[in-house]
Design a protein around this ligand. Structure first.
Ligand code: HEM
Ligand SMILES: *[C@@H]1O[C@H](CO)[C@@H](O)[C@H](O)[C@H]1NC(C)=O
Length: 358
């Protein structure tokens, strides 16, 4: 009886000791780099903040506090170094051996598998080579129509929601534009996110998943796939993941079938028929080691592009609009028309020169 009680009390202590010992060596090395003071178990996780915006602010505050140099932080038992020193960045980015991504990328694995972003070594190399033709200038050029048409719709939406004195979240609005563009260019399907917003199941799933991954990266326990299973938001995340997987897999299956039966080439009124090739079509006609890609490999690359191509471009468009708002002179039509920034005029719906429509 007493033995059981002791065992019960000792268990948490044993778990604690196990984790402490397993990171002891790493701790000694990492703690040579300056960084915020830590608590046992939590590290710095209690300080980072409870929203992506708050977290970003904290990370910048620490950067200032630690002399605008590299600093270390602990999220639970995960040690991190924020490498911000250009000299050190240069060494890392030029290295041909330091090519494995940080542990944070493991959080993407259930969704993206091992696509270009998350794979390493020879798998990455082969896939990279295979994907290069998908970025040929002529292929990218085909996507101008989608971008232009969808941007025009975006401008209409902006005009509507910003009417009167209303204040809008520009970046949030932009998400829907970039989702429409990436779905159309990567998979050849129209989801109409600009108009239908979160009522489209997959649009909501997309936003939820990105938010979730961001927040998990800074949570002391949710970084672990095993412990995350005990979290209150785990069941919802399983559902979200399934929505994303089903959506993408269904499109791939349909597309494979269309290619197989030759419909994609012949029928004009087919839902997929269009002159331009989506990224998915390029993948379907590509080979690795002389064989076509299997469905899982195609899934991984398409999902990776969906992820990589929407958050990044959202920030880019939002930041460009922000900068233009701060610099009225540069914002003027004549300045933009003659500048490298003429592409930005399309993004924000201003008339632009023929030259820039290339
Ligand atoms: C302003 C827009 C963008 C920015 C700032 C950006 C930034 C980046 C960065 C920093 C990486 C390296 C990440 C890492 O290795 O951990 C990366 C990789 C990648 N990006 Fe982008 N990206 C943008 C747009 C896009 C778009 C539109 C797509 C796809 C349509 C895309 C697809 C990818 C892929 C597939 C990788 C992995 C490449 C590889 O490892 O070979 N990105 N991007
Ligand atoms: C985006 O552009 C494409 C091609 O022009 C068009 O088929 C699609 O309906 C547009 N999507 C939206 C949401 O406007």
């Amino acid at each position: 009886m007493w033995f059981i009680l002791y065992a019960f009390l000792a268990l948490p202590l044993l778990v604690f000791a196990y984790f402490e010992l397993s990171v002891a060596k790493k701790k000694r090395v990492l703690n040579k780099i300056k960084g915020p003071p830590t608590l046992p178990i939590l590290g710095n996780a209690h300080q980072v903040g409870k929203s992506p915006a708050a977290i970003l602010n904290t990370l910048f505050d620490w950067w200032y506090e630690y002399d605008k140099d590299n600093y270390r932080m602990w999220i639970g038992y995960n040690g991190n170094i924020c490498v911000t020193n250009p000299k050190h960045l240069e060494v890392i980015l030029n290295s041909i051996t330091l090519i494995k991504k940080s542990g944070i990328y493991d959080l993407l694995n259930p969704w993206l598998g091992e696509g270009l972003l998350t794979s390493t070594g020879s798998k990455w190399h082969k896939h990279r080579k295979m994907i290069t033709p998908a970025f040929h200038f002529n292929i990218l050029q085909d996507f101008h129509q989608v971008m232009n048409e969808n941007s025009t719709k975006f401008i209409k939406r902006l005009k509507k929601v910003s009417a009167g004195d209303s204040i809008i979240d520009f970046q949030d609005e932009t998400h829907y534009l970039t989702l429409d563009v990436i779905c159309d260019t990567a998979m050849g399907v129209t989801i109409n996110a600009i108009e239908q917003r979160d009522t489209v199941e997959v649009v909501k799933a997309f936003k939820d998943m990105c938010y979730n991954i961001n927040m998990r990266a800074f949570h002391p326990f949710k970084r672990s796939e095993l412990l995350y299973r005990l979290a209150p938001d785990y069941p919802a995340n399983v559902k979200t993941l399934k929505i994303l997987q089903d959506f993408t897999n269904e499109i791939i299956e349909k597309r494979i079938e269309a290619h197989r039966t030759g419909i994609a080439k012949k029928t004009e009124d087919n839902e997929f028929s269009r002159k331009k090739m989506a990224f998915l079509d390029t993948l379907l006609s590509s080979t690795i080691d002389g064989r076509p890609l299997n469905q899982q490999e195609i899934y991984e690359e398409v999902s990776t592009f969906m992820f990589e191509g929407h958050d990044t471009t959202t920030s880019g468009v939002a930041y460009a609009a922000y900068l233009l708002s701060r610099f009225p002179e540069e914002q003027s039509v004549s300045f933009l028309r003659n500048s490298e920034l003429s592409w930005a005029m399309r993004c924000i719906g201003m008339p632009h020169s023929r030259k820039s429509q290339r």
